[in-house]
Design a protein around this ligand. Structure first.
Ligand code: C5P
Length: 236
């Protein structure tokens, strides 16, 4: 593992100044920063430019696109020129939509969001998905990979099962990360960073446990060091 841990810090800030400050504090320790809807809808491409800065950190644009294929293709093309390393679409948009995004942004890794980590089985039943979250995740993951997605977003609880379905080449990205003893907040399907990594995740999305800490830089450094220790432990 390099000096930068396989963590994408979710910069869910109300304004660009705060997000850029967080990014400056964490980029020495993490590989990736994640710009989501809150920041992108307010500042657009400027958010990507000022967050990326000169740090060389990878930008994960988490726009979770979900529309008819032609509209998603247009949206993916529009943001491809910002050179995000990763762009998300909702797997539930279907295979044609996922393919359209991939074709429109060939230099960007398109990651398909399976089932939001804030949803539990009861929530899924309420939106008409009769089977369990883990079933839905596995089904959506296979469909997305068959459509050409090279990355998948799922909860740490499903990583091992998804890995068994899709093989070693696909990048598995897991939000829903909560260090031991911290509050789940609005996340439902959660695990510790160590458990997620051991289950086979490639990139851990961590927001509030880092950005809500008194010193986000120190929190990122600590989590990164814990993951490095784990990677260095024989048998893990
Ligand atoms: O603060 P927290 O660690 O909960 O942040 C998690 C981030 O991951 C948020 O930016 C959220 O949008 C994102 N995310 C998620 N569940 C998914 C996909 C993305 O929580 N399935």
């Amino acid at each position: 593992m390099s000096n930068r841990a396989p963590i994408a810090v979710a910069l869910d800030a109300p304004n660009l100044e705060t997000a850029a400050r967080w990014a400056g504090l964490v980029t020495p320790y993490v590989s990736t920063v994640k710009i989501g809807l809150q920041l992108y809808l307010r500042y657009g491409p400027d958010a990507v430019d000022s967050i990326r800065g000169a740090s060389g950190v990878k930008v994960f644009l988490d726009l979770k696109l979900h529309d008819i294929p032609v509209t998603v293709a247009g949206a993916a093309r529009a943001v491809a020129r910002l050179r995000p390393a990763i762009l998300t679409v909702h797997a539930a948009g279907g295979a044609a939509m996922i393919k359209a995004a991939i074709q429109a942004a060939p230099q960007t890794s398109i990651a398909a969001v399976t089932v939001l980590t804030s949803l539990g089985d009861d929530d899924l039943a309420a939106i008409g998905m009769a089977r369990s979250a883990s079933d839905a995740v596995r089904r959506l993951a296979l469909m997305a990979v068959e459509a050409g997605a090279r990355g998948l977003v799922c909860s740490p609880n499903e990583v091992a099962a998804v890995r068994a379905e899709v093989g070693p080449e696909i990048t598995l990205i897991t939000p829903g990360i909560r260090p031991a003893g911290t509050d789940a907040q609005d996340q439902a399907r959660i695990a510790t960073p160590e458990a997620a990594l051991m289950a086979g995740a490639d990139l851990l999305v961590i927001g509030r446990p880092i950005t809500g800490a008194p010193d986000p830089g120190a929190a990122a450094a600590m989590l990164g060091a814990a993951l490095r220790r784990l990677a260095a432990t024989p048998g893990t």
